[in-house]
Write a protein that binds this ligand. Structure first.
Ligand code: ZN
Length: 392
């Protein structure tokens, strides 16, 4: 029997009996999570010449349940409720992890491009039995390679990235929450790979990179979708409000009994009006859209803008108003001081990306470029005709 509760039991003094003491200690201050309508598919994928690494069900269950709490607490801190990605649990309290055995040897699913062959087999497995797939989001975990380069103390060789609604992470013998936060080789290794696990899962749940505003970074530490994968466990690591606004419309965060259809919209929303003006030490943004838009995030960054060059994007979440039946409006004040190091950028072009998040979770991005130094007081950024691209 499976259950889909965020966690079994409310205040969660009771982690499953077979969990290790450190996991029980970390789960002892769990919050009660809202039950989810859709759950993340968790897959452990091995080549046809490999076996899973010993204890993977317990180890990965502990790590995932702790991460589910982390995401839930960050959503709550950002005022979006005790919501996290849903997981299917087994009766013994472990996460239901699908063990999928590939048709090819493990070397045929390498870091470089191995995700395609893996995903086609994973998708065939998930779709073979009605009800087995519990959402469009799939987290694939593969054991490290063992060769002259990789081993349990230097894991790697397998896909490790987010790709649309899928993401990949790895397993190794010491991938165990008992090492979390310890200043040992295994502790540092765990921060690297568990932080990476948490960060890649963010991508798989729809999140783009972002760095955090200056004051958020000062108060809260490092943004998980910036460099947080290197700090998770050692110093304060947080999800920005902009990230949490996206998660609030992500499929596996939907509370039970709510939406059933996600990401069906292909047509971009209609931008009815958009302006951005420099007023003193701020940019003042105002956007009006059709009513399909739930939230708008703004990201300011310097070029280049492409994925993996965008860790420095500083996010701002708009305040949404729905004053007219068919129209949503968003207003936002961007204090230039919040741009932190970006403010010291040596002049020239900068990007202002507006990310429109629709009610059914799709994201559409509109990039406007401007030159801050050539923008006098009260001048407006030339916004041009909105061109919205679907995706992150
Ligand atoms: Zn990333």
């Amino acid at each position: 029997m499976m259950c889909t509760l965020g966690l079994v039991g409310a205040a969660m003094g009771a982690a499953p009996e077979h969990f290790q003491p450190r996991a029980k200690e970390l789960l002892a201050d769990s919050i009660e999570l809202v039950e989810s309508e859709h759950q993340l598919n968790v897959v452990y994928f091995v080549g046809n010449d490999c076996e899973p690494i010993e204890g993977y069900e317990r180890r990965i269950s502990e790590l995932l349940l702790h991460l589910q709490q982390y995401y839930g607490k960050e959503m709550a801190r950002n005022g979006l409720g005790n919501r996290s990605f849903g997981l299917v649990l087994k009766e013994n309290g472990n996460v239901n992890i699908h063990l999928v055995r590939g048709t090819k040897p493990h070397k045929d699913y390498p870091y470089g491009g191995g995700h395609n062959a893996c995903l086609s087999e994973v998708n065939a497995y998930l779709d073979a039995v009605p009800g087995r797939r519990t959402s469009q989001h799939t987290f694939v975990i593969m054991p490290t390679h063992y060769d002259e380069e990789y081993n349990d103390l230097n894991p790697g060789g397998v896909p490790f990235y987010g790709l649309g609604t899928n993401c990949f992470a790895l397993d190794y013998k010491y991938f165990d929450i008992q090492h979390w936060g310890q200043k040992t080789h295994k502790g540092r290794l765990l921060t690297k790979w568990y932080g990476g696990f948490a960060h890649e899962l963010g991508h798989g749940l729809n999140l783009p990179h972002n760095l955090g505003t200056k004051s958020d970074n000062e108060a809260l530490g490092t943004a998980m979708m910036g460099a947080g994968n290197y700090t998770f466990g050692f110093s304060s690591t947080y999800l920005t409000l902009a990230s949490c606004r996206i998660l609030a419309h992500s499929e596996t965060f939907a509370p039970k009994g709510t939406k059933t259809e996600f990401y069906t919209r292909m047509q971009p929303p209609v931008v009815k009006n958009a302006e951005c003006r420099r007023v003193g030490d701020k940019l003042e943004l105002y956007v009006e859209t059709d009513s399909s838009v739930a939230d708008v995030n703004a990201y300011v960054q310097d070029p280049p803008y492409q994925v993996n060059r965008d860790y420095d994007a500083v996010p701002f979440a708009c305040t949404m108003n729905r004053t007219k039946p068919e129209t949503c409006s968003a207003s936002l004040s961007i204090p230039l001081a919040e741009l932190g190091e970006l403010k010291n950028h040596k002049g020239g072009e900068m990007g202002l990306d507006l990310l429109f998040i629709t009610n059914e979770g799709s994201r559409f991005r509109w990039r406007v470029t401007f030159d801050l130094d050539k923008l006098p007081e009260n001048a407006s950024i030339e916004m041009g005709t909105p061109i919205l691209h679907r995706g992150y």
